[in-house]
Design a protein around this ligand. Structure first.
Ligand SMILES: *Cc1c(COP(=O)(O)O)cnc(C)c1O
Length: 475
């Protein structure tokens, strides 16, 4: 029912905040939760069947484009749109949805994110986010200390993800180079580095990066040594902890030594594998991380946060100084002198939602141990899937997994066949897998991020792959 006054004229829509906000939200949330459940029941799988045209048609049938002149009411709008989008959603909580480091968010984190939306703190000035300012400062310092445990004042920026973390890392490296009198910084990275590294050099006007081949999937320190030796002026080596294609981790201690020998700098893109730091059993895989000038990590991958939850950690708060920026209405010098925290230099964004809120709640609810156990579970699932692939008569395993990524392909299939299997499963809506090139071939890629996955789920996944005969192909 639309909100109306007693005389039938439309009233104001309810607000989420204030003393009455929670009361207004309650019934709407009931509607949302019912629609989420209905939509998921209607879909019954990891992905809606039918492919892009049918999914788009189904959505538009229920939610036609065009802005109506007159609205319906909040419950109708929520029920209709939430149900339709849920029915047409990829559900990362389905164990057969295993692509793109697309994680199933924890219920506690989603609930916290609702509070962040309701409060609508904006972290560009203290007067829009008084307590959230402190929560962000403390939480980012705590997370930075995971990366740099031995340093007195490590810090981290909250980013929208690894892409923004890479951009900021390269920007900070460029500014350090300029402060030292150079014109720019030369980026060296591996062929397995994330595509956003290339975009960041383009965006920042840096020279084209030197790209080292990574036939084994990871950077070779000898190649890095040769490349850095051939460069004049400031250089930044970008290493990856958890590559997009295979989940491999570059040899961080050796690369750190190489970088130091050349007086270059190291940025580690640990968007994927960074949260291994939470795991007592797997933390050692990231040994060397503390020698980097910056480290990016995403908690919307291994971290089980709803998007967005990225971080860029630096060894010391002072490293962030180049981002300082003054806007007369947000951080005037006299306000800062009077003790108002200066937040504008903690991002290139202005209005910025409190993504740290759900992170802080999750850390408190699960602790380091709880998150570490989730990390271990999904990495263990990957080991198990690799064993199952190895034992499967019709499938070939690429390599033993390091993190939670497993590459495999049907025996004797050509690349077109592998690509077609992925699309076939996607179109049927029965499994979502990624794709990756490695060792000169195309592979199916399972990125396992669901802690609740069982052995039976893994077997079903492989059976569906082995049983998928793409149209136009006779395997
Ligand atoms: C996911 C990922 C990125 C990009 O991060 P976004 O959160 O998608 O912006 C960058 N590098 C690596 C290694 C990644 O896994």
């Amino acid at each position: 029912m639309p909100t109306t006054h007693d005389d039938g004229t439309p009233g104001l829509p309810a607000l989420a905040g204030g003393a009455d906000g929670a009361q207004a939200l309650g019934p709407l949330l009931d509607t949302v939760l019912a629609a989420l459940a209905d939509g998921a029941t209607a879909r019954r799988g990891p992905l809606p069947p039918g492919g892009p045209d049918r999914v788009a048609d189904r959505l538009r049938h229920t939610v036609p484009p065009g802005i109506p002149a007159l609205g319906t009411d909040p419950h109708e709008a929520l029920r209709t749109v939430v149900r339709a989008v849920t029915e047409g959603a990829a559900d990362p909580a389905d164990p057969l949805c295993a692509a793109h480091l697309h994680c199933p968010p924890l219920a506690v984190a989603v609930a916290a994110d609702l509070a962040a939306s309701a409060l609508n703190a904006s972290l560009d000035s203290w007067d829009q986010a008084p307590a959230a300012t402190t929560l962000e400062a403390d939480t980012t310092a705590d997370l930075a200390a995971l990366v740099y445990p031995d340093l007195p004042q490590p810090d981290a920026l909250v980013t929208t993800g690894g892409t923004e973390a890479n951009q900021l890392a390269l920007l900070l490296a460029r500014e350090r180079a300029r402060a030292a009198g150079a014109r720019s910084v030369h980026v060296v990275c591996g062929a397995a580095a994330h595509h956003s590294v290339h975009r960041a050099t383009w965006l920042l006007g840096l020279p084209e990066p030197t790209v080292l081949p990574t036939p084994a999937g990871t950077l070779d320190p000898v190649d890095a040594h040769v490349a850095l030796g051939a460069l004049h002026g400031p250089a930044l080596l970008v290493a990856t902890a958890g590559t997009t294609d295979t989940g491999a981790i570059d040899p961080l201690p050796a690369l750190a030594e190489t970088v130091a020998a050349h007086h270059a700098e190291l940025h580690i893109d640990a968007a994927y594998a960074g949260p291994l730091l939470f795991s007592r059993h797997r933390r050692a895989l990231l040994t060397g991380v503390q020698s980097a000038s910056s480290v990016g990590l995403d908690l919307h991958k291994l971290g089980w946060q709803p998007i967005a939850a990225g971080l860029l950690a630096v060894p010391d708060t002072a490293a962030l100084r180049p981002l300082h920026h003054e806007a007369h209405y947000l951080n005037a010098a006299d306000d800062t002198d009077a003790g108002l925290p200066d937040l504008l230099g903690r991002s290139l964004r202005t209005t910025r939602r409190a993504d740290v809120f759900k992170i802080a709640v999750t850390l408190r609810a699960l602790g380091r141990e709880g998150l570490g156990q989730l990390v271990d579970r999904v990495c263990d699932h990957a080991q198990r899937l690799a064993e199952l692939v190895d034992a499967h008569p019709a499938l070939t395993l690429y390599a033993h997994p390091v993190t939670s990524t497993v590459l495999f392909r049907p025996k004797d299939a050509d690349n077109a066949h592998v690509a077609a299997i992925r699309r076939r499963l996607m179109t049927k809506g029965t499994a979502v897998l990624g794709r990756a090139h490695a060792a000169g071939r195309l592979w199916l890629k399972a990125t396992l991020l669901n802690p609740a996955t069982t052995d039976a789920d893994l077997t079903t996944l492989l059976d569906r792959v082995a049983g998928a005969t793409p149209e136009g192909h006779t395997p």
